[in-house]
Design a protein around this ligand. Sequence first.
Ligand SMILES: Nc1ncnc2c1ncn2[C@@H]1O[C@H](COP(=O)(O)OP(=O)(O)OP(=O)(O)O)[C@@H](O)[C@H]1O
Ligand SMILES: [Mg+2]
Length: 438
Amino acid sequence: MSNDDNTASVTWAKGMDAKAFLTALAAQADRDRPLAFVGRRPVLDLAKHCIGNIPVSGPANRARALRNPPGQTLLIQGPPGAGKSALLYEIEAWTNSQPDSVSTQVDRDLLARRESLLSLISAELRDAPEEAPGDSVSKAQGGNAGFALLKGRWSRTSTKSEPVPTSVAALERRHGKALHQRRLILLIDEIQDVSPEGARTLNMLHTQTTLPVMAVCAGTGDSQGALGQPGGVSRWGANAVVNLAGLAPSEALQCARQTLHKVVGTPTTPRIQGHHAIETWAEQLAEASRGWPQHLHNYLASLWKALSAQEQPDLSRAPLEETLAQGDVARRSYYDQRMERFLGYEGVVAAVHQGLATAHGGILPKGEVINIIGEFKQRLPEHTQTAFDRRFEDVIDFAEALLKSGMVANAPNGGGWASPIPSLTDYVLDQGSAGLEP
Ligand SMILES: Nc1ncnc2c1ncn2[C@@H]1O[C@H](COP(=O)(O)OP(=O)(O)OP(=O)(O)O)[C@@H](O)[C@H]1O
Ligand SMILES: [Mg+2]
């Protein structure tokens, strides 16, 4: 799985002005596909394993499939900016490069509309004719009754005469073998806010072993809870939940380096100069990011902005200190956003981070985090405790809000909670230190 210039979100168009290109890069949303995707090999391998193991030839393999349920639903969890959406883009690109597979990004809300989802599955799995121009938009969003516009033959005729299938069995009865020509991977982002009905549909998809359909979901650290405990469901394998941490220092460096090589002094961008300065800049930006993908994105964005402001864009003459300072502002603002829900309780959050910082391996069981919160709450003035009770249902609710907002993260190997980014701990302790000492 690799990214190339044809699939990155902002690409150099022939004849494009260098400054316009840099301005577009600087404005690129952090949710877009990165110019250079790096690392995550174990997760990508796991994803290939989970979704690559589904027999596509259907009925002939059914007996085997029932004995050994194929595939696994994969859930990727991580704090905001850890790189979940970027991973889904990679998985999507890989799946679509396989001759017998197709993947589609599915809006989480579509899960709650089971019939629409089954229509989508039906339309995708059948050997559909070429898409008409413009269809990909409705494909990505999976509109309510929109599948008539989506993909040729089946959708057009069936909406006139055939009822919408309401179950996997109904789909099978109608289409039989035709549903088993290829596998379909549903990519569902931001799954943490799935509705109970949506979670039920996902469980239905996940437990059925008939259709060659698998789901890869991504969401914040509390997603597993939102989906309901997977115990007892056949296709949640032991490794089906991945907790995403930041990039290793070498990966962050590689990402910065590869990204700069795609922008500075390439054959298509000769007017952006300073190729020989790439290594120095890559080291500085990677180090400043502390391996957090969102931070690296922000430091790069501030570099694109600085370059676009130059008369003749030249990396070797770009202002390093100013660029890093701008990136620091973005990093701080990311932390401020995480802290927003906990204003007034900075001391409680600091107590949690202090506990994590001194715990063995930097990991505490969720129960201990809850204890820290409970004990600290007791020490708050009475009016603050009353306000706490108005804002949060209980200490567990507070703890889960920490996880959802990315103030804490599931430890990568499970078994407790950890600080997602060391520099977040520094920030939190700085913010809450006044409240730590009575
Ligand atoms: N492995 C990676 N290689 C290169 N860039 C990455 C990688 N992972 C993430 N990024 C970049 O880092 C930024 C944040 O990543 P992304 O948007 O995927 O995070 P997220 O976990 O989906 O966050 P959110 O919870 O806010 O949706 C994006 O600009 C993304 O392109
Ligand atoms: Mg995302």
